[in-house]
Design a protein around this ligand. Structure first.
Ligand code: ADP
Length: 320
C-alpha cells in the first residue's frame, strides 16, 4: 500500500435500510442507519488498507453530519477537506430491495448540504497535495457543487495528481437518462483512470453488449486505464497497449454494497506511489487481482463501510 495522499471528492450520506429484508419502504417496521456514499466509501477503503486518504465534501451541521465526520475520523480518514453547511441538512436515503427484486429509493436532497459545497470553500492546499484525486459525485449536476467539483479536479490536475473517475450512476437522482449521460460524458476526458460497472457500460453506450468493442467505444485519447467491473465475473481492463480480464474470487456473498468502492480504493492504493504499474500488464493484473479480492471480501458482510477489508484480510484471501 502506497504512502501518497489519495483525495476522494463527493458526498457522504446515510442510507436507512429496513430492519427486515424484502419489504417495501412503506411496509418497513423500522430502519437501521448504514453510512455510505461512494466517494466516502473509497476514502475509507483506502484507509482500511493502510493508505493515506482525505475526504472532501460537505455535511450538514446536524446530528447526522457529526456522526458521519466521526466515522471518517474513526477509520483514519483525514477530515481537513470537510465543510459543514450551517443551513442545509445531511443527505439521507431510504433504500430497500423488495421481494420482487426491485430496488426502491427515497432521497432527502432538497437540497442537502453536500449539494451546496461552493468552490471558494474548497481546501485547495489539501487538494494540491494529492497524488491521486478520485471523483464521481452524484451531485455533479447541481450548483454550486458542480463548480466545486470542476474546480477541485482542475486544482488536482494542475498539481500533477492522477485523476480517477467513477460515474456512480444512480439513475433515480437524475432528471432524465439523457441528462445523466451528457453530464457524465462532460467530465469523461479529464480522467486518467475510469472505472465503470457493467450496468454503467450498457447505459453509457446505449447497448446491452458488454464486450471489448463497447468498452473501447468509451476510450478517450488521454486515458491510461479503463476498468469494467462485472460483479462475480471479476473485471476487464483496457490500456493503450493491452487489454484483458481478471477473474473474481469465489466467496459467500451476502450484500454487494460497496464492492465497487472497495475495488477502486484497492487499485488506487497500489498505483498512488507507482503509476508505471499502468503500463506493465503483469503488474497491473496482480494489482487487479488484489482489487478483486478486496471487492469480494466486501460482499461477504452486510453494509459497505463495516465490510471493507484490511490489507491482511485481502492477503489471506489471496493465499487461500
Ligand atoms: P459495482 O459495485 O461498482 O457495481 P461490482 O459489483 O462489479 O462493482 O464489484 C466490484 C468488484 O468486486 C468486482 O469486479 C469483483 O471483483 C468484486 N465482486 C463484486 N461482487 C462479487 C461477488 N458476488 N463475488 C465475488 N466478487 C465480487
Amino acid at each position: 500500500t502506497g504512502s501518497g495522499l489519495i483525495v476522494s471528492f463527493g458526498e457522504m450520506l446515510i442510507d436507512f435500510v429496513p430492519t427486515v429484508s424484502g419489504v417495501s419502504l412503506a411496509e418497513a417496521p423500522g430502519f437501521v442507519k448504514a453510512p455510505g456514499g461512494a466517494p466516502a466509501n473509497v476514502a475509507i477503503a483506502v484507509s482500511r488498507l493502510g493508505g493515506k486518504a482525505s475526504f472532501v465534501g460537505k455535511l450538514g451541521d446536524d446530528e447526522f453530519g457529526r456522526m458521519l465526520a466521526g466515522i471518517l475520523e474513526q477509520y483514519g480518514v483525514d477530515g481537513r477537506g470537510i465543510n459543514f453547511d450551517q443551513g442545509a441538512r445531511t443527505a439521507l436515503a431510504f433504500v430497500t430491495l423488495r421481494n420482487d427484486g426491485e430496488r426502491e429509493f427515497m432521497f432527502y436532497r432538497n437540497p442537502s448540504a453536500d449539494m451546496l459545497l461552493r468552490p471558494d470553500e474548497l481546501n485547495v492546499e489539501l487538494i494540491r497535495s494529492a497524488k491521486v484525486f478520485h471523483y464521481g459525485s452524484i451531485s455533479l449536476i447541481v450548483e454550486p457543487c458542480r463548480s466545486a467539483h470542476l474546480k477541485a479536479m482542475e486544482v488536482a490536475r494542475d498539481a500533477g495528481a492522477l485523476l480517477s473517475y467513477d460515474p456512480n450512476l444512480r439513475l433515480p437522482l437524475w432528471p432524465s437518462p439523457e441528462e445523466a449521460r451528457e453530464q457524465i460524458m462532460s467530465i469523461w476526458d479529464k480522467a486518467d483512470v475510469i472505472k465503470v460497472s457493467d450496468v454503467e457500460l450498457e447505459f453509457l453506450t446505449k447497448s446491452d453488449k458488454i464486450d471489448d468493442a463497447s468498452a473501447l467505444s468509451l476510450w478517450h485519447p488521454n486515458l491510461k486505464l479503463l476498468l469494467v467491473t462485472l460483479g462475480d465475473h471479476g473485471c476487464r481492463y483496457y490500456t493503450k497497449n493491452f487489454h484483458g480480464a481478471v477473474e473474481a474470487f469465489h466467496v459467500k456473498t451476502v450484500d454487494t454494497t460497496g464492492a465497487g468502492d472497495a475495488f477502486v480504493g484497492a487499485l488506487l492504493c497500489k498505483v498512488v506511489d507507482d503509476q508505471s504499474i499502468l503500463e506493465d500488464e503483469a503488474r497491473l493484473r496482480s494489482v487487479l487481482k488484489f482489487a478483486n479480492a478486496c471487492g469480494a471480501i466486501t460482499t461477504t458482510k452486510k453494509g459497505a463501510i463495516p465490510a471493507l477489508p484490511t490489507e491482511a484480510e485481502v492477503v489471506t484471501l489471496l493465499k487461500a
